[in-house]
Ligand binder design. Structure first.
Ligand SMILES: NC(=O)c1ccc[n+]([C@@H]2O[C@H](COP(=O)([O-])OP(=O)(O)OC[C@H]3O[C@@H](n4cnc5c(N)ncnc54)[C@H](O)[C@@H]3O)[C@@H](O)[C@H]2O)c1
Ligand SMILES: [Zn+2]
Length: 372
C-alpha cells in the first residue's frame, strides 16, 4: 500500500512509519515540523526510504499533492499541548479541527481514492473517566466544581448524592465531555473523519490514545506528555512538578504499542466506522510515575514536588477499558510502564539532553489564572 502519514515526523508518527516500512508499505510523511516539537531541526527520526514532504495542514495545494497515488491515510498531525490550547485557542482549532476539515475536503473533492483513514483521537475527549457510586451505580461525572477544588477536595462526587465516587476503567461508550480546547479539537477530528467517511464509503477508524510515553517524545517541550516532562526535569537535576496530591491516575502506554495498534487499525475489518481505546488498562498514579522515573535514572533523591495546585479542565482519573481494542483490533499491549516500559524509556532518555521549560510553562498558565 501507499500510505500517507500526517504528523509522521512526530513522536508517535515516527514509530508508526517504522512499522509500516517493516511491513513492506511505501510511506510518505506530511509534517510541518512545529518548532516547539522539533526544536528547529529537520525530521530527526525518519528513515531514508520515506518520502518527506514539509507542509502545513492548512495548505490545500500541498495536501492535494501529497495525497496523489495514496491508498490509505494515517492522520496524526496535531498541536498537542492541553494547557497551551487554553490560550492559543485559534492556533489549536485551526491546526486540528481546521486541518482535518481541509484534509477531508481535499479527499472528497479531488481525484483521490482513499480506502482507509486511521485518525488519532485522544482519551482527553472523555473528560472525567467512568466511576461508580456505592448507592447509585455507574456514573459519568462532569468536571469537579471550582469550590471543591479550592478546598483541595480532589475526588469527583456522585452527580446524584454527592458521595465520593470510585473510579472504573473507561469504555468507548462513556459520554464525551471534552474539557479543554485541545480535547474539543480532538473530538472534532474524530467526528469529522467518522461522519465524512461513513457518507463517502471510506473506512475510518479513530484510535483514542491514552498517555503515550517512550523514546523520541520531545523532552524540552513543556506541553508534551508528563513522562517526558518529568524525565527532562530529572535529567536537569530538578524535581518533577506534580499537580493536586499526585494520586490522580492515568493509563501509560508505550509508543511501540501505540504504533502497533494504529497499524492494526489500518487492516482490521471489524474496526471500520469505530472509535477504539488504545490503552493498557492498568492505572498508575502521577506520583508513582515521578518516583519510578527518578528511581530508574538513579535520582531517587529528587522527590516529586507535590504542589496541591490544579489546572483548569484537569480531570482526576481516566484509564482505558481495553476490551474493545482486543475484540476489534486483536490488540494487546506488550509493555507495562512499571517494568519493561520504563526501562526502554530511560535507556533512551539517559542519552538525551533537555532544556527545562516546565517552570516557564507553569508560570504562563498561572499568570492567566489557569493554574490555581
Ligand atoms: N502523545 C500522546 O500521549 C497522545 C495521546 C492522545 C492523542 N495523541 C495524538 O497523537 C498524535 C501524535 O501526537 P504525538 O504525541 O506524536 O505528538 P508530536 O507533536 O510529536 O507529533 C505531532 C506532529 O504533527 C505535526 N504537526 C502539528 N501541527 C501540524 C500542522 N498544522 N501541519 C502539519 N503538521 C503538523 C508536528 O510537527 C509533529 O511532528 C496527535 O494527533 C495527538 O493529538 C497523542
Ligand atoms: Zn450517589
Amino acid at each position: 500500500m501507499n500510505i500517507l502519514v500526517t504528523g509522521g515526523a512526530g513522536f508517535i508518527g515516527s514509530h508508526v512509519v517504522e512499522l509500516l516500512l517493516e511491513q513492506g508499505h511505501t510511506v510518505r510523511v506530511y509534517d510541518k515540523l512545529v518548532g516547539q516539537v522539533h526544536g528547529g531541526s529537520g525530521p530527526r527520526y525518519l528513515p531514508n526510504d520515506v518520502e518527506f514532504v514539509q507542509g502545513d495542514m492548512s495548505d490545500r495545494a500541498a495536501l492535494d499533492h501529497a495525497l496523489a497515488g495514496i491508498d490509505q491515510v494515517v492522520h496524526l498531525a496535531a498541536e498537542v499541548g492541553v494547557g497551551q490550547s487554553m490560550y492559543e485557542i485559534q492556533r489549536y482549532v485551526d491546526a486540528n479541527t481546521g486541518g482535518t476539515a481541509l484534509l477531508l475536503d481535499v479527499i472528497v473533492n479531488g481525484p483521490h481514492k482513499i480506502g482507509k483513514i486511521v485518525v488519532a483521537s485522544s482519551m482527553s475527549i472523555y473528560g472525567e473517566g467512568s466511576y461508580s457510586c456505592s448507592e447509585h451505580g455507574d456514573q459519568a461525572p462532569r468536571l469537579r466544581t471550582e469550590e471543591q477544588l479550592r478546598e483541595r477536595n480532589w475526588e469527583p462526587g456522585c452527580p446524584v448524592c454527592g458521595r465520593a465516587l470510585a473510579p472504573l476503567p473507561t469504555a468507548e461508550s462513556k459520554p464525551l465531555f471534552p474539557t479543554s480546547v485541545y480535547a474539543i479539537s480532538k473530538m472534532d477530528q474524530e467526528l469529522l473523519c467518522l461522519s465524512v467517511g461513513a457518507a463517502y464509503g471510506i473506512d475510518v477508524t479513530a484510535v483514542r490514545y491514552f498517555n503515550a510515553y517512550g523514546p523520541r517524545q520531545a523532552l524540552s517541550n513543556p506541553y508534551t506528555g508528563v513522562a517526558a516532562i518529568f524525565s527532562g526535569r530529572l535529567l536537569n537535576g530538578q524535581r518533577p512538578i506534580v499537580m493536586e496530591d499526585g494520586e490522580q491516575m492515568r493509563d501509560f502506554i508505550h509508543v511501540k504499542d501505540v504504533a502497533r495498534a494504529t497499524v492494526l487499525a489500518l487492516t482490521a475489518p471489524k474496526a471500520a466506522g469505530k472509535a477504539v481505546n488504545v490503552g493498557v488498562g492498568d492505572p498508575i498514579s502521577i506520583t508513582e510515575v515521578a518516583r519510578t522515573l527518578a528511581k530508574a535514572l538513579g535520582r531517587e533523591d529528587l522527590e516529586p514536588d507535590i504542589t496541591h495546585q490544579y489546572r483548569a479542565g484537569d480531570i482526576r482519573h481516566c484509564w482505558a477499558d481495553p476490551s474493545l481494542a482486543k475484540e476489534l483490533l486483536d490488540f494487546e499491549p506488550e509493555y507495562r510502564f512499571r517494568d519493561r516500559g520504563v526501562q526502554e524509556l530511560i535507556g533512551w532518555v539517559s542519552h538525551q539532553t533537555a532544556e527545562d521549560n516546565a517552570v516557564a510553562a507553569n508560570d504562563e498558565l498561572r499568570k492567566r489564572g489557569l493554574t490555581v
